[in-house]
Design a protein. Sequence first.
Length: 328
Amino acid sequence: MAHKKTLSSLFFQFLLLAFMCFFHNVNGDGLKVGFYEKTCPRVESIVQKITADKISLAPSLAAPLLRMHFHDCFVRGCDGSILIDSTKTNQAEKDGFPNLSLRGFQIIDAVKTAVEDACPGVVSCADILALVARDAIYQIKGPYWPVPLGRRDGKVSIASESATLPSPFANIAQLKAQFASKGLSVKDLVVLSGGHTVGTSHCSTIAIRLYNFTGKGDTDPSLDSEYVPYLKSKCKPTDTTTLLEMDPGSFGTFDESYYTNVLKRRGLFLSDSALLNDPETSDYVKLQAQSLGSTFLKDFQESMVKMGQVGVLTGSAGEIRRHCNMIN
């Protein structure tokens, strides 16, 4: 039975066709836009509607969902292993220290339930997570990128492996090495760091920079000295609950203002400040902070497509989970 196409769905199809002309797979053999065209043709519209409904009620979840996708792809590839619950015999990724602050799992579960009702046993949780991350960012007026589909779900999730995630305390050499190990370029590193334009983080991630940077009760000299008193007024040394905006004044808007703050030495994390310590990343920060014709949104689309294809399982590898929080 033919479905009447709405203007909205036609617009999204146009976007996908346009993007397909410009993007190619990066270690994502077997993935393609429209992978479920015959087996679950409504999957993207289902994901889009539920995500939009949820994010309209809780827009602050868009950034954590983007971060969840990032954390999934950087451990064992984009295989949905971040979604698996721990058991009596195994502590899973989501319970690893870097992932304890992740939020939005209930949205993934709601989408999976609806997709299973429409197409039982067809669409992977890894694909659902990739789509939800995209649609959540688009819902807060961020960029829209094509999501090549066809990922399969991993069967292994180990908390200790989350220690390999890029750290907010990492220096530029560590960051470049970690991204290179995933087939991502230095440009991808600085572009994807721009995801910090939305969202918040706890005071505990910056306490050492404010109060004990070298172990002598000092402050990180790479922080803007005029910004330090403001941060100290928000965060006491042992504060683990207060939230700070990662992109002050614009943390709910997906834009290039993150780079303006980094250039002012007001990046929240050491990993943000580190972008000024490499010629290529520093040049990009300056370009986006000072340019009236910013390329950030276009660049972010391209880097997200690349990241979403890191280490994917395709074909007969892995499985299609019936429930995202447990292996079959």
